[in-house]
Each structure stands twice: as C-alpha cells, then as structure tokens.
Design a protein around this ligand. Structure first.
Ligand code: ARG
Length: 578
C-alpha cells in the first residue's frame, strides 16, 4: 500500500511501543499534511498529557525511536512538539512507480470482502420523485459503485413505497379514468399529476372516498382483480423511475427492486415473534415496542408501533422485516440506509429493536446515511413557484439545457452531436456532483449556475481538467512523444503532484468505510488543482529534454486515469473533449 500516511503510521506506532511500552502500540500518531513539510506528526502533545510529561521531551524521544530512514529525511521538532516530516524523493518515486504499474491505481483490496446491502433511492409509486429522492439515489449509487470497485459484494435494494392506504384511492382513480387512457399514462410521465387528481376526488369526500377505503381492504385481502390493477400501477411507475435512472446514469435495475410489498407475507410473523419474545406488548390497542433509551415528552418511553389497533401494519413493521431478511437472507455484513435526515429517529428505533430481537447481531453494522435537504434560493425546501414539489425530470432537463448553452459558447467548433453529448455529461454530472460534494447530511441550495460553473469544486471543472489532459496526450501523440514507463518525480511540482496521486487508494477506502463520497470529491478537486500548478511549473510539450517530457507525460496520464476512475465512482462521466 503506497499511501504515505499509512506507512508513517506503522512506523510511529512501533516507535511508541518501543519508547513508552506496548500499551502505546495503537496510539494515533496524528499524521497531518503540513505547511512546513509534507506531513507532521502531532502525537507528542496528547502523549505528554497521558504520561504527565513535557511535549517537547516526548517529541525528542519519538524522534530518537522512530525508524524512517528509508521513507523520510531526518525529522525536525517544531513549536510545542510537532514533528515535521519531509518524505524522501526516492521513496515517493518508488511508490509512484508501484501505482503506475498497478491496474487498480493503488486501490487497496479488502482483507475480507463484505456483503454490503445498500438501501437507496426508494421513491414512492404514483408520486413524483422529488429532489430528496435525487439525493438518496445519487449518493447511494456512488456508494454502490465505490464499494463494488473496492472489491466488496454490493446488494442494491430499492425499497420503493408500493403498498399502503393510498393505493385504494389510486386504484379507484385508475379504474375511473381507464387503464389505457391518457390520464393513466401520466403515471409514466408526470405521476404527481395522477396522484393529485386521485387525491382531489378523495378529499371531495363523497362515495369515491368510501370506495377507496373499501378497495384498500379488498386489496389487502388478496383480491385478484385489485392485485392486477395494483400491479399495473406499479409497472407504470417503474417505467417512470427507470426513465429517471437512465437520464441520471444510475445503476439501479428492475432486479434491485424490493419494495415494501415484498415483505407483506412476513409482517404477521415479525409481530408474533416480537410479542413471543416479550419485546412487543399491547399498548392502547396497538402492538408496540419500547426500545431502550428512547423517551418522548415527560420522559415517557417512546413506542414504535408495529401493529395498529385496526390490525394494519406500518412503515416500521416493514423495515423490521426487511432488516431480518437482509441479515439472514442476504447475508449482510453491513447495511446502509441512504434516506432523508427526517427519518433518523425511525431508523434508530428500528435498529435498536432489531438488535434486541437478535435480528441484527452486533457484528453486523447498520448505518443510516442521513441525507440533508435541497433548498431553494429562499432557504426553504426546493419547490416550484406554484408551491408544489418540483418535478425531477424537469429539473434535469433544465440542467442539460443550461449546460448546452455553456458548451455552445465554449466550443462552437464541435459538431451538434458532440455538443449534445457533452451537454448531457456536464448537465447531469454537474447536478450529481453538487449532491456528492456536499457532506451528505448537510443541506445545500440548488443553484444550477454554480453547479455548471467551470471553476470551483464542480463536475465541469473536473471534466475540463480531464479533457485538457486528454488534449495534451493527443497533441503529444501527434508529435510522436510517448509517455515514459516511469512517471517523473524530481522537480518540486512533480513531487507535489505525485504525492497527491498516492492518496487516491486510501481516500477511496475511507469513503467506502464511512459512506462519505464528499471526501472523494474534495480529493479529486485538490488533485485537479495540483495538476494545474504542476502544468504551470513543469511544461510538457514545450520541454526539450525527451526523458523529462516522457516522465511528465506519464505523470499527466496517471492523473487523468485517477480523475476518470474517481469520477466514475461518483457516477459522473468525463467527455473526451470540452
Ligand atoms: N419511500 C420512503 C420515502 O420516500 C423511503 C424508504 C427508505 N428505505 C427504508 N427502508 N425505509 O420516504
């Protein structure tokens, strides 16, 4: 593994154990990038506290004990006890060579691959996918790609909302308008319009509402005709979801659908088992679980309702049943729920209950990857001017159209087809990247101009960086210059870029461990910036020395490969030219 931090950490920990005793073997050496060197070790301050001694004294003892001759120049103590570390150029050179020869570009292989279930996207049938679903879709898809590429087994689960009381109303409406009518076709193109029409009739309160209520009961009792119409509703909605997924270049397919209805048969057993285990009990007519540590107002234990007093099951029952299936049926080692922040309490209570029931053993990790809100310019949840939730498709089309004006201005020389393809890459890439580059639990403001800007931490900036390197490579090829086998790591600008390239593997590994794609974005952005500084200081095509030119070209080629691979983990494609 080439990453400097990892090599340094190992060496420092051995030194801690040798100098202060074996109980210090796993103390964190706190290796950080440094302004004055490549890295610094900030451990002396913390160790001093732990040992009741002076930081500078400890820094000296660490310096004496640590063996870094092959990796770094002699260390220097600075300030209260920082250890400045300057890596040896020949070490960076050797590591860079290793990455250059590695088809995985330095991505570590997991010691033991995990089975990771990722629950993401999860829109609701016959309802518009709103921008909230955009985020869960984009973040979840990037996590799936990343973990798969690292070598884990990923099981995608699209837990769509395809069951529940609204289906009575939706079925009745579909029957009224006719299953082959233009209104029915709205399910594929503008599902919210269909839903709203049904809702309006339902709210009018006459016999439609009564029929809708009855229909829920017949549907739930397994009436074949009701089930047939329900299946039709779901099919039409699936067509809509897949149009969006195709547009977004998201890897979700039909085989990943595991909607709420999948668990219907098992809901009663879930309740019976929890009741038999003494975990659930009847409270005010409903079957409830009171997981430990959850209290509401007045310190009263908070209930998780798993069977309502009318005998119906809810969202929590389905999720408890799904956890059990994911662990026992799918063999999950880790489960990620990429779902809005608002559902935090729900997931905490579901996880706690599942742990109590033994359905979620301690060695299986369950994480709610909390997704923040997308805000409009007014700082409120993004809506259309009329106040209804925004149509995702319209938003994506607008992004591509705007990207088209950007590229038309930038490259009027390209053909119509080429510009259309690039506009698609930048428009969709820009929207996805804006989602991914923000910490997933933070809110952000939807601002197409910023998302499509060619400067700053944006997809177009990175896509442009790739296109620029590709153009350099094309020119080099035309001039008969080929890249050297070994990237050149001699001049400071080359050295700085090479150091960045070494961080790719560990960064992706961390993203996979923490479910935090914004770290990959930050890395790619800094890599592109390093490339720009490198290219300013160390010209390639203008360099007359053939060896230097080839070595720099190799470094550029490696940068391109890492940028393109990194973007592909985010689900963003890089055009050949821009
Ligand atoms: N359909 C739900 C919604 O739109 C999200 C489902 C998330 N996944 C889950 N297992 N609960 O809010």
């Amino acid at each position: 593994m080439p990453a400097p931090e990892i090599a340094l950490t190992e060496r420092f920990q051995s030194a801690f154990a040798a100098a202060f005793g074996p109980e210090f073997a796993d103390a964190d050496p706190i290796i950080r990038p440094s302004q004055f060197a490549d890295f610094q070790c900030n451990a002396a301050m913390g160790l001093a506290k732990r040992l009741g001694r002076k930081p500078r004294e400890l820094a000296q003892e660490i310096l004496d004990a640590v063996q870094l001759e092959d990796i770094a120049e002699p260390l220097e103590i600075a300030g209260p006890g920082f250890l400045n570390i300057r890596l040896r150029t020949d070490w960076i050179q050797a590591q860079t060579r290793e990455v250059a020869a590695d088809p995985r570009l330095g991505l570590p292989r997991p010691e033991r691959p995990d089975t990771v279930v990722i629950d993401y996207s999860a829109p609701n049938v016959a309802k518009e996918m709103h921008v909230g679903h955009l985020r869960t879709t984009v973040v979840g898809d990037s996590m799936a790609r990343t973990l798969e590429t690292l070598g884990h087994t990923v099981i995608r689960q699209n837990h769509i909302g395809d069951w529940g009381t609204p289906f009575g109303m939706l079925i009745e409406h579909l029957l009224e308008v006719g299953e082959d009518s233009a209104e029915a076709d709205l399910l594929r193109t503008d599902p919210n319009a269909f839903y709203q029409a049904a809702r309006t009739k339902f709210d009018a309160g006459d016999d439609f509402a009564e029929r809708a209520r009855k229909r829920v009961a017949t549907l739930q009792s397994g009436d074949p005709e009701s089930l047939r119409i329900w299946t039709n509703l779901v099919e039409l909605s699936k067509a809509y979801f897949h149009r969006i997924y195709d547009m977004l270049d998201v890897t979700l397919r039909d085989e990943h659908l595991a909607g709420e209805s999948t668990y219907n048969e098992a809901l009663a057993t879930t309740c019976d088992d929890l009741e038999a285990a003494g975990i659930a009990r009847i409270s005010e007519g409903a079957l409830c679980v009171f997981p430990e540590g959850f209290t509401g107002r007045d310190e009263q234990p908070l209930p998780l309702i798993i069977r309502k007093s009318d005998g119906g099951y809810g969202y929590a029952t389905t999720d408890l049943t799904a956890v059990r299936h994911r662990v026992r049926g799918l063999g999950a080692d880790r489960i990620a729920y990429v779902v809005g922040t608002a559902q935090e309490l729900h997931f905490q209570m579901v996880f706690a209950t599942a742990r109590e029931a033994g359905w979620l053993p301690a060695e299986v990790e369950a994480t709610h990857v909390k997704i923040g809100s997308v805000l409009g310019e007014d700082g409120k949840i993004l809506r259309t001017r009329s106040g209804s939730s925004l149509r995702l498709m319209a938003l994506l089309e607008e992004a591509v159209a705007k990207a088209r004006t950007v590229i038309d201005e930038l490259r009027p020389d390209l053909s119509e087809d080429e510009r259309a393809q690039i506009a698609q890459d930048i428009g969709i890439g820009g929207v996805k990247y804006a989602d991914l580059s923000t910490a997933h639990d933070a809110d952000y403001t939807f601002d197409l101009d910023r998302m499509l800007a060619l400067t700053g931490n944006t997809a177009p900036y990175l896509q442009y960086a790739v296109a620029r390197i590709r153009s350099i490579s094309r020119k080099a090829q035309a001039q008969g210059i080929s890249p050297a086998v070994q990237p050149r790591v001699v001049d400071p600008a080359e050295r700085a870029l090479a150091l960045r390239l070494l961080e790719f593997g560990p960064t992706v590994e961390q993203v996979g461990a923490l479910f935090e794609p914004h770290r990959l974005c930050a890395y790619l952005f800094s890599l592109a910036q390093s490339f720009t500084s490198f290219y300013e200081a160390a010209p390639i095509l203008k360099e007359s020395d053939e060896e230097i030119r080839g070595g720099r070209l190799a470094l550029a080629a490696q940068t391109e490969e890492i940028l393109v691979t990194g973007l592909s983990l985010l689900g963003v494609s890089a055009p050949q030219q821009m």
